[in-house]
Design a protein around this ligand. Structure first.
Ligand code: TTP
Ligand code: CA
Ligand code: CA
Length: 423
């Protein structure tokens, strides 16, 4: 067995997460087609989550509420609560935390990757299960498991007599453990999830999306070439954005199979060595990035868009919205300090303004000295006042964001200074 197939990595992603949170809070919604919409009232609001019954009726995330109603008149649109003029995501964040706590009982090697997903390195649990197994693996232990490239029963049968025995056995046992993990998540929280099981993070993430909802997918290394053949580059995490687009243009390719035709030398001619080697490996389904232990986010932020006519044009408006955003971020930072005994040392202020009909983005990083909302707002106001000034004195601000990061652990005894603002 080679080193890139030694680990068993899992990505757990909750199914239509915000919808499930709403269904749990209001069980009358269960079984009905529902979508969660953002507070903005234009054309019925922007949809941010769609449950599976609604997806079956053709409703997608990119529709407005009104469009969804046209497609599926019986759909229930649930609004995200609005606090201080913007979406309040607290209940979804809390639900995500509860899921992470359940996952954490299976391995300390847990990396939360977003509000509703996490990577787990379960190599150790797999190895100890294999060494204590007395009977052969039974197909009954993988009732909700798919395998890329073959039927699950063939996969299970082959793990004992194929050339790739060791690593595929690990994945199959990983599958058994993930069945248990997903059952525990459902049992403890009432939420359903899907999962991908592979030898690395990139493949686990890719696999997770192949069979949803409430299913799990094993992606063995020998299933990669077939899967990659027609797989668009953007399906790979980190090739979804600008980098993936430029790769596509520069190499004149659209899918992963085509990327595999480039030698490492050819890639080095176009990219720096690190990127070239990463691309060369990922085109072969190899990725060595470890699961970083991360239970809490690296940053805490909030933002607000001001599209079209809602653009901010006076410093008084800017002041108002900065005060709203600062109040939210200050509350969340204080709560974070209580929960995680850490303090953010840095604040990034971001904005977008329209200049000559183009959106121009800007940001400024500053030191965060206080968690007091008014201090944060005043500092951010000064930054914006300087950076958005136009020669004619007019401006059009279309986006404002505050993000706190660079956390440092609090020294002992400092915690009692924090105000309790909840419970
Ligand atoms: P996703 O995991 O992307 O989607 P989902 O959980 O709704 O559906 P799936 O079953 O396909 O995984 O996002 C998780 C939650 O994050 C989602 O329920 C709502 C929120 N979200 C937004 O608020 N805005 C967005 O643009 C996206 C993609 C998600
Ligand atoms: Ca999800
Ligand atoms: Ca997700």
């Amino acid at each position: 067995m080679t080193s890139h197939t030694e680990r068993v990595i899992v990505l757990v992603d909750m199914d239509c997460f915000y919808c499930q949170v709403e269904e749990k809070l209001n069980p009358e919604l269960i079984g009905k087609p529902i979508a969660v919409v953002q507070y903005n009232a234009w054309r019925g609001g922007g949809i941010i989550a769609v449950n599976y019954p609604a997806r079956d009726r053709g409703v997608t995330r990119h529709m407005r509420g009104n469009e969804a109603k046209e497609k599926c008149p019986e759909i229930e649109l649930v609004r995200v609560p609005n606090v201080r003029g913007k979406a309040d995501l607290t209940k979804y964040r809390e639900a995500g935390k509860r899921v992470a706590e359940v996952l954490r009982t299976f391995t300390p090697l847990l990396q939360r990757a977003s509000v509703d997903e996490a990577y787990l390195d379960i190599t150790e649990a797999v190895n100890s299960k294999i060494s204590s197994m007395t009977d052969k693996l039974s197909l009954d232990l993988l009732p909700n498991t798919h395998v890329v490239g073959c039927e699950t029963r063939h996969f299970v049968h082959n793990v004992y007599n194929s050339y790739s025995e060791d690593c595929n056995l690990k994945l199959a046992i990983g599958g058994v453990i993930v069945e248990e993990i997903r059952a525990a998540v459902y049992d403890k929280t009432g939420y359903r999830c899907s999962a991908g099981i592979a030898h690395n993070k990139i493949l686990a993430k890719l696999a997770c999306g192949l069979h949803k909802p409430n299913k799990q997918t094993i992606l063995p290394q020998d299933g990669v070439p077939e899967l990659y053949q027609n797989l668009p580059l953007k399906k790979i995490r980190s090739l979804g954005g600008k980098f993936g687009n430029s790769l596509s243009t520069e190499l004149n390719i659209t899918n992963m199979g085509e990327l595999g035709r480039f030698s490492e030398q050819e890639l080095i001619r176009k990219y720096d060595e690190k990127t070239a080697s990463w691309l060369y490996n990922i085109a072969r389904g190899i990725d060595n990035e470890p699961v970083e232990v991360r239970l809490v986010s690296k940053s805490i932020g909030c933002c607000k868009k001001f599209p079209g006519r809602t653009a901010l044009k006076t410093m008084a408006d800017v002041n108002h919205w900065l005060s709203e955003l600062s109040t939210e971020i200050a509350e969340r930072l204080e709560q974070d300090q209580e929960e995680n005994n850490r303090r953010a040392k840095q604040l990034v202020i971001s904005f977008a303004q329209e200049i000559d009909r183009k959106d121009v983005h800007g940001s400024k990083t500053s030191t965060l000295n206080s968690y007091e909302a008014t201090r944060i707002a005043t500092d951010a106001y000064e930054v914006l006042r300087k950076l958005t000034q136009r020669p004619d004195g007019c401006f059009k601000l279309k986006f404002l964001g505050l993000s706190a990061g660079k956390f440092e652990e609090c020294k002992k005894g400092a915690v009692h200074l924090v105000k309790r603002n909840k419970i």
